[in-house]
Design a protein around this ligand. Structure first.
Ligand code: F0G
Length: 352
C-alpha cells in the first residue's frame, strides 16, 4: 500500500480546500482503530478504541489544525492565535512552524500538563498565561482576533471541525460501516460536533445506512452540558476538558439529540480508573481526559444501560505522555538498583 498522506489529501473532496490551498501537514490522521479485548469481554460488546494520541503532536487536534493552518496560509495570515488547555496549543505551535507563521497561545495559568507546555515551547510559540481558566483564554483571543491581524485557530473557526470530522470517516472506512455507539470526552464540545458532522455526511452520501448514537462524557466538575448552565469555576484532574462554557454548546446538543444519544458526567475517580484500565488491560496509555469516554461507557454498562452485542467505538483523544505527572501521582515507583552483572540482575528480578 501507499503511504498515508494526511487528512487533506486523503479526504480532499470533503474538506474546505481548493487546488490553490497550500497544504500544511504533518501527515496527521490514519490513526489506529484498536480492538479493545478487555473492554469487549467486560461489556459483551464489540469495543474499539480510536487512538488519537497516535497523531503527530499526540492528540486529535492535528486533524483540524492541518485545515485551519492551510487556510490561514492561503489567506496570507502572518500570525495565528489560540486558547488552549494544552493540546490545541501544542498542535497550533507545531503546524505554525510548518506554515512559517508566528503563533501565540493563551493558556490558563498553571493548569496545563508539562508535556503540552513543552510542545508549545520547543515549537517556539509565544506563551500567554492568562489569569483565569480556558473560557477566559478563549474570550481574550477572540477579542484579539477581532481587533488585530491574527487568525484564530480554535474550533470556533469552522474549518477546524471540518478537519476533525475525518476521524468519523476513518472509523467507517475501517469498520466497513457505522458503529452503534460512539463514546468520547467532551470539553469545548468541538470534537463531538465534528464526529457528528462526519457521520451525517457519510449518511447523506449513502456511505453508511445509519449514524451511531453519540455518547459524550464530561468531567463532573466541568459538566455544563449535563447541568444545562455554564460552570463558572470548572475543576477536574482531566485538565484538557476543564471547560465551563463550551464554544460548540449548540452543536453538541444537536449531535446528542439528533443521534438520540446523551451527555453525562463522570467523576475524576472514574476517569483515573479508566485511564489505568486502558494502560493495564489494553496497553494503551492515554491522558486523563482521554479516558472519560471509557469511564462513561463503563458507567452506562454498570447501570444496565448497554445492550450486549453492540459495536462501540471510543475515541481516546490524547497521548498519556502528555501528562506523566498525573499518571504517576500517588504511585509507588519501586526500582531495584543492581551491579551491572547478569547474576545480580537475575536475582533482583526473581529469575535466578
Ligand atoms: N480530549 C483531549 C485530550 C482534549 O485536549 C480535549 C480538548 C478534549 C478531549 C475535548 O474535546 O474540546 O472538542 O470537546 N482540548 C482543548 C484544548 C480544549 O485546548 O486542547 P472538545
Amino acid at each position: 500500500g501507499r503511504a498515508w498522506r494526511g487528512v487533506i489529501e486523503e479526504y480532499r473532496d470533503r474538506l474546505p480546500v481548493s487546488a490553490s490551498t497550500p497544504v500544511v501537514t504533518l501527515r496527521e490522521g490514519g490513526t489506529p482503530l484498536v480492538p479493545a479485548e478487555h473492554l469487549s469481554a467486560l461489556t459483551g460488546c464489540e469495543v474499539h478504541l480510536k487512538v488519537e494520541g497516535a497523531n503527530p503532536t499526540g492528540s486529535f487536534k492535528d486533524r483540524g489544525m492541518t485545515v485551519a493552518m492551510s487556510r490561514a496560509a492561503e489567506e496570507g495570515a502572518k500570525a495565528v492565535i489560540c486558547a488552549s488547555t494544552g493540546n490545541t496549543s501544542a498542535s497550533a505551535a507545531a503546524y505554525a512552524v510548518r506554515a512559517g507563521l508566528t503563533c501565540v497561545v493563551a493558556i490558563p495559568t498553571g493548569k496545563i500538563a508539562a508535556g503540552k507546555l513543552a510542545q508549545a515551547v520547543v515549537h517556539g510559540a509565544t506563551l500567554l498565561q492568562v489569569e483565569g481558566g480556558f473560557d477566559d483564554c478563549l474570550t481574550v483571543v477572540r477579542g484579539l482576533a477581532e481587533r488585530y491581524p491574527v487568525t484564530l485557530v480554535n474550533s470556533v473557526n469552522p474549518v477546524r471541525l471540518q478537519g476533525q470530522k475525518t476521524a468519523a470517516f476513518e472509523v467507517v472506512d475501517a469498520l466497513g460501516g457505522a458503529p452503534d455507539v460512539h463514546c468520547l470526552p467532551v470539553g469545548n464540545a468541538g470534537n463531538v460536533s465534528a464526529y457528528w458532522l462526519g457521520y451525517q455526511e457519510y449518511l447523506a452520501d449513502g456511505l453508511v445506512d445509519r449514524a451511531p448514537r453519540m455518547w459524550g462524557f464530561q468531567a463532573a466538575g466541568a459538566a455544563p452540558l449535563v447541568s444545562g448552565v455554564p460552570v463558572p469555576d470548572p475543576e477536574t484532574v482531566a485538565t484538557a476538558i476543564r471547560v465551563g462554557n463550551p464554544a460548540s454548546w449548540g452543536l453538541a446538543v444537536k449531535a446528542r439529540d439528533e443521534s438520540r444519544g446523551c451527555v453525562e458526567a463522570v467523576t475524576d475517580e472514574q476517569i483515573l480508573a479508566a485511564q489505568r484500565l486502558l494502560a493495564e488491560r489494553e496497553g494503551v496509555f492515554v491522558e486523563p481526559a482521554s479516558a472519560a469516554g471509557v469511564a462513561g461507557l463503563l458507567q452506562v454498562h454498570a447501570r444496565g444501560g448497554l445492550e450486549r452485542g453492540l459495536r462501540v467505538v471510543v475515541t481516546v483523544t490524547g497521548h498519556g505522555l502528555k501528562d506523566t505527572a498525573t499518571a504517576l501521582a500517588g504511585r509507588e515507583v519501586s526500582t531495584v538498583t543492581v551491579p551491572a552483572t547478569v547474576e545480580a540482575a537475575a536475582e533482583a528480578v526473581g529469575l535466578a
